[in-house]
Design a protein around this ligand. Sequence first.
Ligand SMILES: CNC(=O)[C@@H](NC(=O)[C@H](CC(C)C)CN(O)C=O)C(C)(C)C
Ligand SMILES: [Zn+2]
Ligand SMILES: [Zn+2]
Length: 163
Amino acid sequence: EEYSHIQGARWNKNVLTYNIGRYTRDLPRITVDSLVESAFSVWARASSLTFVRSHTRNADIMVEFVTYEHGDLYPFDGPRGTLAHAFGPGQGVGGDTHFDDAENWTAGQTGFNLFVVAAHEFGHALGLKHSRNPDSLMYPTYRSSRRANLLSREDVANINALY
Ligand SMILES: CNC(=O)[C@@H](NC(=O)[C@H](CC(C)C)CN(O)C=O)C(C)(C)C
Ligand SMILES: [Zn+2]
Ligand SMILES: [Zn+2]
């Protein structure tokens, strides 16, 4: 889900920083770093946005793997069910993206593919809502995708309408 009711509609800058806090034990850290960077680059390629990794916790977008109650109003639900959530653009919690570490995060077609889910979440972190088009990345249900570029024409149009 995306929680934009407490944030603005879009970022008012084109260079956004992100920091990866708590990791999952399902994958090597280097793999998580690479999949997260690739998920950001999906949106960078389709917009004027640039994403820079930061090692401080005052980055625009905090990326964390957490379980159940984790300090916001949206506790996770254990295996399956909700896989992740992200806050819409804004200061503080704005843009922050949380993955449910009760899931089995993978880089392939088993479990839940971190690249695909992260790309969906980062769409929310940039201000996008869900799509009713099952071919869109912003469709609300997980589908393991074999496509390198996950974006539908609608996803591209929507990010371009914002940035
Ligand atoms: C397998 N479980 C699902 O398909 C669940 N969907 C999700 O966890 C969404 C993320 C997917 C689309 C990566 C939640 N979301 O929208 C976050 O921004 C349910 C459809 C069960 C809610
Ligand atoms: Zn969503
Ligand atoms: Zn959360």
